[in-house]
Design a binder for this molecule. Structure first.
Ligand code: SF4
Length: 216
């Protein structure tokens, strides 16, 4: 059945998870191509146009050589792919532990319940914050992750306001992820502690291991 469904794939690779709850775990990454948005700090611009139509069966045959059950579907923006739900359901059927990284700028209600969602709320320095769909917050499960990418102090203060306005102060799994090498880590760490925030500081472990090397 699944071989009728093509997905535009930018790259499939095996690496160490650098973000969110499974940081440090060997993980398969399936990066879809294309994104309708243009965040200022995007670190995967190469995925905007470099993609190859790949059947779901072909994707499964590429990933089954890796000795892990952890898979992250990322992009680009995976939800911009017409057949993404077919891929997610196929991965679940094959007993993978699936997470999806999405921008928060597209309705997430189509994502199957057993997929862990890692959803951005776009901060002002992205220049895409006007497109945030705040209704997505009501769809997230308690186990899902909300990520704010913080580029400067304004982003930090803005994110604090969003947390208060949307009653997220007691929500677990909120991550503040500073834009790599653009914000002093001790600065954001001090802000979080001074403000007594219930958030996790996320450092993008893969960038400390390999820098901006592609496919890592
Ligand atoms: S939504 Fe993600 S992939 Fe698209 S431009 Fe923003 S950071 Fe890049």
């Amino acid at each position: 059945m699944s071989d009728n469904f093509n997905i535009s794939i930018n790259e499939i690779f095996y690496s160490i998870q650098g973000e969110a709850k499974n940081t440090g775990k060997p993980t398969i990454f399936i990066r879809t191509a294309g994104c309708p948005f243009r965040c200022s700090y995007c670190d995967t611009e190469y995925a905007f146009s470099e993609g190859k139509k790949t059947s779901i069966d072909n994707i499964i045959s590429k990933i089954k050589i890796y000795n892990t059950k952890y898979i992250t579907v990322t992009g680009g923006e995976p939800l911009a792919q017409k057949n993404i739900v077919n891929l997610l359901n196929t991965l679940i059927e094959k007993s993978y532990k699936v997470s999806i990284e999405t921008s928060g700028l597209i309705d997430i209600s189509i994502i199957p319940n057993s997929v862990e969602i890692v959803m951005d709320i776009k901060t002002p320095s992205s220049n895409e914050d006007s497109k945030n769909i705040y209704n997505n917050l009501s769809i997230l499960k308690a186990t899902d992750v909300i990520k704010f990418v913080i580029g400067n102090k304004l982003d930090y203060e803005w994110s604090k306001d969003v947390i208060v306005k949307n009653n997220l102060s007691n929500t677990d799994n909120i991550y503040f992820s500073p834009v790599h090498e653009s914000l002093g880590l001790s600065d954001i760490a001090d802000w979080i502690l001074k403000d007594n925030l219930n958030v996790t500081l996320q450092l993008q472990l893969h960038k400390y291991i390999w820098g901006n090397e592609r496919g890592k």
